[in-house]
Design a protein around this ligand. Structure first.
Ligand code: ATP
Ligand code: MG
Length: 607
C-alpha cells in the first residue's frame, strides 16, 4: 500500500483551509525566489501549449494520409511531431529541476528559521515539547510543505487550464462531443471527491493506530534489558500482537474504500471512451468528422487523464499541507517570555555576584517555590561552595544566572565590586545581552554533553577561529595533554556522541577545557557525584585549582577536596538558606551544620 495514503488528513482539518496563513507563508518564502517562480510558471504554460498542439499535427498527418498527400508532406509532419515531443520532454525536465530547486530552497529556509526560533524559546517550552515532536514540527511538517511552496498553486492552475483547453478543443471538433465528455469528467470528479472524503478519516485512524504501534515498539526497544531481566517477553509479544491486529483491522477497513477510489477513474474513462466511440462513429458516418478528428478525440481523452488525477492529488495535498501550515504558524507564534537585555558592560577579570531576596518557581509548577529568600554576595575571585540535599535547588540556582529562567522576585546582579563604593558597578542580569551573559559565565555540568564530532570541535564548540596551539595549551592545562597526544588523529579524532568512549573524569576535563578557552569571569561547577579513580580525581583537583584561579566560582560540590577550596559555604534546604558563612568559621564552630556535615562525611549527609 502506498505510504502517501497514510498521510491523508482528517475531515476537520480539511474544512478550514487557512488562506491567510497560506498567503503569508508563500509571500515570505517565495519573494526571495521570485524570478525562479515566474520562470516555473512560464515553463508550465509552454508545456501545456505543447501538449495541446502536438495531437493537432498527428490529426493533420492522418488526414493527409487519407487524402493521399505526397511523402514529403508526411515526413515533414512526422518530423515536426517528433521535434515538439522532444522539446516538450526537455521542458518537463526543466520544470522538475526548477520546481525542486524552489521547493528545497524555500523549505530549507523555513527549517532553519524554525530551528533558530525554537532555540530562542524558553526552557519551559523545551520541557513541554518532546524532542521527537519538535523534529516532527521542524522537519516533518515542513517536508509536507515542499510541494505547496514549489508547485501546488501553479500546478493546480496549469492543470485546470489544460483540462479546460482539452474540453474546448474537443468542443471545437464537435459540440456534442465536448458536452458529453465534459459531463463524464465532471461526474467522475464529483464521485471521486465524495469517495475520498469517506476514505480520508479511515486512513487517519490507521495513522493513529500506527503511531501507537511505533510508540510501543520504541518503548520496548529502549527497555530490552529490563524486559529480559524481568522475563516479560511473552507479555510484550502479546501487546505487540494486539497492536498489530488492530492495525490490520483498520487497514482493511480503509482499503475497502481505497479499492473504489483507485478503480473509479478507470470506470470514468471507460465511460468517456464509450461516449467517444458511439458519437465518433456516428459523426464519422455523417461526414462531420475525419479519421484525424476521431484520432484527436481519443488522444485528448487520454491527455485529460493525467491532469485530472493530478488536480485531485493537488487538492488532497493542499488539505494535507493545511494541517502542517496550521502547526507551523502556531509554532512561529510562540514567543519567548525571556526578553534579551539592552546590553551591559562586563568588567574584565572576575565578576562579583549578588543575589538579593531571590525567589523562584518553575513556570509549570507555580505552587512550589524551588528557591525562597536567597540572599548572598560573592566578591570577585571568591569561591562559593553550594551544598544541600538532592532536590534542594542547587542546580536551579545556577540556571538562574544564565537566565534559562528569570527569577520570580528579587534580583541577581553581576559586575565589578569595590569596597569603598558599596556594590557600585553592578547590573541586573536582565539588562545584559544573553549572548554576553553566556560568554562571561562558564559552566561545567554534572553530565557533560559531548557531540559526535572531533575533539577540537568538542572543546571549541564548533568555533573554527580558535587556533590549535591554544586548544592544545588548554588541554595540557587540564592534564589532558598526553591523552590527546596519544589519540590516533590527535585533535581530529572523532568522539562518540554521549562520550561513551571516554571516562566520566575525562569528559569533565574536556568540559573544563571549554571553559578555559572561553576564559569567563565566573565559573559554575556542578560536580559529578560519581566516584572517580584516585588518579583522575587528582587531575580534576588540579584542573579545578587552575579553573578557580582569578575567577569567581560557584561550585556544587560532592567531594571533600573541592569543598576545601571554597571561601564561603551556602547550604540549601528545600530552597531556603539553611546556613551561609565563611568556610573556615563554619568549620570551627562545632554547632554549625557544615561542621556536622564534615564529621558525618559528605556522601551520607547529602544523600
Ligand atoms: P541534585 O543534588 O539532585 O542535583 P538539586 O539541588 O540540583 O538536586 P534542582 O535540580 O535544582 O535540585 O531541583 C530543585 C527542585 O526543582 C526539585 O524539586 C525539582 O523537582 C524541581 N525542578 C528541577 N528542574 C525542574 C524543571 N525544569 N521544571 C520543574 N521543576 C523542576
Ligand atoms: Mg543538581
Amino acid at each position: 500500500m502506498p505510504r502517501t495514503f497514510l498521510i491523508r488528513i482528517s475531515m476537520q482539518e480539511k474544512s478550514k483551509l487557512p488562506t491567510k496563513q497560506y498567503q503569508a507563508l508563500l509571500v515570505e518564502y517565495l519573494t526571495p525566489l521570485k524570478s525562479q517562480v515566474i520562470l516555473l510558471a512560464l515553463l508550465l504554460l509552454i508545456n501545456i501549449g505543447l501538449q495541446l498542439i502536438n495531437p493537432l499535427i498527428v490529426g493533420a498527418y492522418l488526414d493527409a494520409v487519407e487524402a493521399g498527400s505526397s511523402l514529403d508532406v508526411l515526413i515533414r509532419a512526422a518530423a515536426v511531431f517528433m521535434g515538439i515531443a522532444i522539446v516538450a520532454q526537455v521542458f518537463r525536465i526543466t520544470v522538475t529541476y526548477v520546481g525542486e530547486n524552489i521547493a528545497w530552497t524555500s523549505t530549507n529556509n523555513l527549517r532553519s528559521d524554525l530551528a533558530l526560533h525554537c532555540l530562542k524559546l524558553d526552557m519551559s517550552f523545551h520541557k513541554q515539547y518532546k524532542p521527537g515532536e519538535l523534529i516532527e514540527r521542524v522537519d516533518g511538517d515542513v517536508t509536507q510543505l515542499a510541494n505547496f511552496f514549489s508547485q501546488l498553486v501553479i500546478r493546480l492552475g496549469a492543470n485546470l487550464l489544460l483540462v479546460i483547453g482539452v474540453l474546448i478543443l474537443l468542443g471545437l471538433q464537435d459540440w456534442r462531443l465536448g458536452i458529453s465528455i465534459t459531463a463524464v469528467a465532471v461526474v467522475g470528479m464529483v464521485a471521486l471527491n465524495w469517495l475520498n472524503k469517506r476514505s480520508v478519516p479511515r486512513w487517519q485512524v490507521v495513522r493513529e493506530v500506527e503511531a501507537k504501534l511505533f510508540g510501543f515498539l520504541e518503548e520496548w526497544l529502549n527497555g530490552t534489558e529490563e524486559i529480559r531481566s524481568s522475563g516479560a517477553e511473552s507479555f510484550i509479544l502479546l501487546r505487540l500482537y494486539q497492536a498489530m491486529r488492530t492495525r490490520w483491522h483498520k487497514v482493511i477497513r480503509a482499503m475497502r474504500i481505497q479499492v473504489l477510489v483507485s478503480d473509479l477513474p478507470l470506470g470514468v474513462f471507460a465511460l468517456a471512451y464509450v461516449a467517444a466511440h458511439i458519437l465518433g462513429a456516428s459523426l464519422y458516418r455523417d461526414g462531420v468528422l475525419t479519421i484525424g478528428g476521431i484520432y484527436l478525440i481519443f488522444y485528448y481523452i487520454d491527455l485529460m487523464k493525467g491532469p485530472l488525477w493530478e488536480i485531485l492529488r493537488q487538492v488532497e495535498d493542499l488539505q494535507r499541507a493545511s494541517a502542517s501550515i496550521n502547526r507551523v504558524t502556531e509554532l512561529r507564534g510562540i514567543k519567548p517570555t525571556i526578553q534579551d537585555g539592552t546590553g551591559a558592560s562586563f568588567p574584565k577579570g572576575p565578576l562579583a555576584v549578588v543575589f538579593s531576596d531571590v525567589a523562584f518557581h518553575y513556570e509549570d509548577d507555580p505552587g512550589t517555590d524551588v528557591l525562597k529568600h536567597v540572599d548572598f554576595s560573592l566578591k570577585p575571585g571568591e569561591v562559593l561552595g553550594l551544598l544541600g540535599r538532592t532536590g534542594s535547588g542547587k542546580t536551579t540556582l545556577t540556571k538562574l544566572l544564565f537566565r534559562f529562567h528569570d527569577v520570580t522576585s528579587g534580583s541577581i546582579k553581576l559586575g565589578s565590586y569595590s569596597f569603598e563604593n558599596d556594590k557600585a558597578g553592578l547590573f541586573d542580569i536582565r539588562l545584559a545581552k544573553e549572548a554576553d551573559l553566556r560568554r562571561h559565565i562558564g559552566m561545567v555540568t554534572q553530565e557533560v554533553q559531548l557531540f559526535n564530532a572531533t575533539v577540537r570541535q568538542n572543546v571549541t564548540l564548533f568555533d573554527d577561529l580558535i587556533p590549535d596551539e591554544r586548544i592544545l595549551q588548554a588541554l595540557k592545562e587540564v592534564g589532558l595533554g598526553s591523552w590527546v597526544n596519544e589519540l590516533p588523529q590527535g585533535l581530529d579524532t572523532v568522539l562518540e556522541a554521549g562520550g561513551s568512549d571516554l571516562s566520566a573524569g575525562q569528559a569533565q576535563l574536556l568540559a573544563f577545557t571549554r571553559v578555559f578557552l572561553d576564559d569567563p569571569g565566573l565559573v559554575i561547577l556542578d560536580e559529578a557525584s560519581s566516584r572517580l579513580d584516585p588518579a583522575t580525581e587528582r587531575l580534576i583537583e588540579q584542573a579545578v585549582d587552575r579553573l578557580f584561579a582569578n575567577r569567581t566560582a560557584i561550585v556544587i560540590a560532592h567531594h571533600l577536596g573541592t569543598i576545601q577550596r571554597a571561601d564561603e559555604i551556602l547550604i540549601l534546604d528545600s530552597g531556603h538558606i539553611a546556613e551561609y558563612g565563611a568556610r573556615q568559621e563554619l568549620a570551627r564552630n562545632p554547632d554549625s551544620l557544615f561542621s556536622r556535615l564534615l564529621k558525618t562525611g559528605m556522601e551520607e549527609a547529602m544523600a
